[in-house]
Design a protein around this ligand. Structure first.
Ligand SMILES: C[S@@+](CC[C@H](N)C(=O)[O-])C[C@H]1O[C@@H](n2cnc3c(N)ncnc32)[C@H](O)[C@@H]1O
Length: 450
């Protein structure tokens, strides 16, 4: 093979996902300047960028330079000599250690500003910085109705909780102030259950997950492990469900076949705009009822007067039933069990004439201009990766109004740019803080055809 061809070039070694980069080890003194997108304080020193977790602007610190990450280095063993003016005392004793929250140490005003600026910065990077961003809509403590806990055994003791920040270590928790009390009440019993499952043969040297949902129709638990449960493990799960009144317990052994129901005492369901929808195992659900209500209201006030609505990435219908009170809805979603649940619920509620649903991969087969002609209004709520292909098709469509829901300002800004370049005006944006104290922020935005 000739020198210089692609095949003869020495391969760059990529670090394995999750692999630790080498520690730098130097000590630095610095003052924190601002807050970055992941909630770390940012420091620039001698042309280099450093991330200082759990700090605020004005904090004076001494720290050790740790691993390289995201164009800079993470600071470790941080000692604060002086506190910045926006620092407050976190309300949870696990703040700093637990990876679930990154911003409990910020004053309310600084926190709100940081969340909204995350959206503003993403828009500015795409040349859309002049849109009006409304005040942040917040959700209360204790509102999270869905969470994923990890369990792992170290030295004979089972830890159960969330992962530590930037680490696979599990922080052992008795509860979480952000989570619904019904979920917190399960932390200790679940820890005991995992210990019992380990005695029955479940390997807990690597973390095993359980997805908990406090549904309108009771508690739902989906265990996620790399093996199927044996008979004794199944019995433990059945006993646990009976003792703690779980509506349903399922097990997903990552073989691609989806979760298997181990025990169903009653069907877990959610109620959307008065209609009951059976919860498909592992299907998407907004993290809190308050967040869902805020998003639904923000959509509804942008689609008033719609004649025919296309709702893309509809899940099991969190917004569909509210939209169907305005106009007929064509709802599209890639996860088939969610579409089946939505269709069944619509049929039972006598809404078959108002709601039609389709299973479709919108990344591979977005609704095209011909199909979009039938709708004057489109609502889309894609996963974190956004909806680049669908946005490109929408940009050439004729919908009068487009409403975007997003949990990722960066991909939203990319898709918004596509729509604006296609002749839409980005009119208004509502930020919604559904994942309080994390680096995530949701938004609802309205576009109008110019
Ligand atoms: C952020 S969730 C929103 C769901 C729904 N709007 C809700 O609020 O409950 C994104 C949805 O997009 C679906 N999805 C992901 N990739 C998809 C694809 N390529 N095509 C269609 N749907 C997809 C997921 O299954 C999920 O239900």
């Amino acid at each position: 093979m000739k020198q210089g061809t692609f095949a003869s070039r020495p391969r760059k070694r990529r670090p394995k996902k999750g692999a630790k980069s080498p520690q730098d080890g130097r000590k630095i003194d610095a003052e924190v300047e601002t807050i970055g997108g992941q909630g770390d304080g940012l420091v620039h020193l001698d042309g280099a960028l450093y991330f200082a977790p759990d700090t605020v602007p004005g904090d004076r610190i001494t720290a050790r330079v740790g691993a390289a990450r995201g164009g800079g280095h993470v600071l470790e063993d941080i000692v604060r000599h002086e506190d910045g003016p926006t620092r407050i005392r976190p309300f949870c004793g696990h703040a700093g250690a637990c990876g679930g929250c990154v911003a409990q140490h910020m004053s309310d005003a600084a926190y709100r500003l940081w969340k909204v600026e995350r959206i503003g910065e993403a828009l500015t990077r795409r040349g859309l910085g002049d849109v009006e961003i409304e005040p942040l809509v917040t959700t209360p403590l204790g509102a999270r109705r869905r969470l994923t806990l990890s369990a792992v055994r170290r030295g004979g003791k089972v830890s159960l909780g969330f992962n530590a920040r930037r680490a696979h270590r599990v922080v052992d928790l008795e509860g979480c102030p952000l989570a619904a009390p019904a979920l917190c009440a399960l932390f200790a019993p679940l820890r005991d259950l995992f210990a019992a499952l380990a005695r029955e043969g479940l390997a807990l040297d690597k973390a095993v997950q359980v997805l908990l949902t406090a549904c309108d129709g009771g508690l739902d638990a989906v265990f996620r492990a790399s093996c199927a449960p044996n008979l004794n493990m199944r019995q433990r799960l059945v006993d646990f469900a009976a003792r703690f009144d779980l509506a349903r317990v399922s097990w997903d052994n990552a073989d691609g076949a989806g979760p298997e129901a181990i025990v169903v005492h009653r069907e877990p369901y959610m109620t959307f705009a008065g209609t009951r929808v059976a919860l498909p195992q592992g299907g998407f659900l907004q993290a809190s009822a308050e967040g869902e209500r805020a998003i639904t209201a923000a959509i509804a006030r942008r689609v008033g007067g719609a004649a025919r609505i296309a709702e893309l990435y509809c899940g099991m219908g969190s917004f569909t039933f509210a939209l169907a009170q305005i106009a007929p809805v064509f709802a599209v979603e890639g996860f088939a069990p969610a579409v089946r649940a939505l269709e069944r619920a619509a049929g039972r509620a006598g809404l078959g004439g108002m709601i039609r649903a389709e299973v479709r991969d919108l990344d591979r087969a977005p609704l095209d201009a011909r199909e979009l002609k039938r709708f004057d209004t489109v609502v889309f709520d894609p996963p974190r990766a956004g909806a680049a292909a669908q946005a490109a098709a929408l940009a050439h469509g004729a919908a009068r109004t487009i409403v975007a829901v997003s949990c990722n300002p960066a991909t939203f800004a990319r898709d918004a740019r596509i729509l604006v370049d296609g002749g839409y005006a980005l009119q208004s944006l509502t930020p919604i803080d559904q994942f309080a104290y994390s680096a995530h922020v949701e938004l609802v935005a309205g576009f109008a055809k110019k």
